[in-house]
Design a protein around this ligand. Structure first.
Ligand code: PAF
Length: 274
């Protein structure tokens, strides 16, 4: 495995070849490793980036304490057969004088978009830069970040980005908690609460699949989350392309929630069978 710490090292490692690419912010867990395995099924020449992107963190968010276990990440990437890891310094991604950003589309307006102003602008900007720098033929993302999947897909459609996007279902702990780099912040008590939340989401999804209107089900879900000790930011049944909320499920709609437990924001979603 080659670790490229600069654009020049990356260029020589790629040798003009296109790859199956997994963009990450590091602190790799089973969810990321599943993305790498999918990428390797698509192409044995697999690239992975590790870059904690300052542009997608708000001023009061956890940029400085975001976990950065680089040596462990590199060992995991190597054991999964990644061909090239791109580990750029921040100055290479955002050099002095950098001032051009991608303005994300309509799918970025609600939900995370309204609670975290600038977040998707930062995500789209870095993802488009990484796409331009690595020039992969395929990029693999996890459904766990549902709105991110919608926003990046829309960016690629709207800006004619010639990269195939592949999305993989969420990898979960044994109690169903979605794997996330931020789960390490949970205290033991918070971890127990976090584990109960996906059960609530799943049973809300089952009720909608059985024909109940989402408005009533979501209202019950929000109450159940509070009773379980979480603080919901939102929950909704949505179309995963437009991110508009739906009252009745359509093909491929998903139920999602974002819940704060202690200082940790937990994102989760799952498909609904209409
Ligand atoms: O999902 C993530 O880890 C990040 O948002 C991404 C896509 C690597 C961009 O920084």
């Amino acid at each position: 495995m080659i670790v490229a710490r600069s654009r020049a090292e990356l260029r020589s490692a790629l040798g003009g070849r296109r790859s199956a690419f997994v963009p990450t912010m590091g602190a790799l867990h089973e969810g990321h490793l599943a993305l790498v395995r999918r990428a390797r099924e698509i192409d044995s020449f697999t690239t992975l980036s590790i870059f904690v992107n300052p542009a997608q963190f708000g001023p009061k968010e956890d940029l400085s304490r975001y976990p950065r276990p680089i040596e462990r990440d590199l060992d995991l990437a190597e054991s999964e057969g990644v061909s090239v890891v791109y580990l750029p310094p921040a100055e290479e991604v955002y050099p002095e004088g950098f001032s051009t950003y991608v303005s994300p589309g309509s799918s970025a307006v609600e939900w995370e978009g309204s609670l975290r102003p600038g977040h998707f602008q930062g995500v789209c900007t870095v993802v488009l830069k990484l796409f331009n720098i690595l020039n992969p033929h395929t990029a693999v993302f996890g459904w766990k970040d549902l709105q991110q999947c919608a926003v990046i897909s829309q960016m690629c459609r709207d800006l004619d980005v010639d990269i195939r996007l592949d999305f993989l279902e969420t990898v979960r702990e044994s109690d169903g908690l979605a794997r996330s780099s931020r789960n390490v912040y949970l205290s033991p008590d918070e971890r127990i609460i976090a584990g109960r939340l996906n059960v609530l989401l799943r049973s809300a999804g089952d009720r909608i699949a059985a024909g109940e209107r989402s408005a009533a089900v979501v209202a019950d879900l929000l109450e159940a989350i509070r009773a379980a000790g979480g603080t919901p930011d939102y929950a909704a049944l949505v179309d995963p392309v437009t991110m508009k909320s739906l009252d009745i499920p359509q093909k491929s709609s998903r139920i999602m929630m974002v819940v704060r437990v202690g200082s940790v924001r937990l994102l989760d979603n799952m498909p609904i069978a209409p």
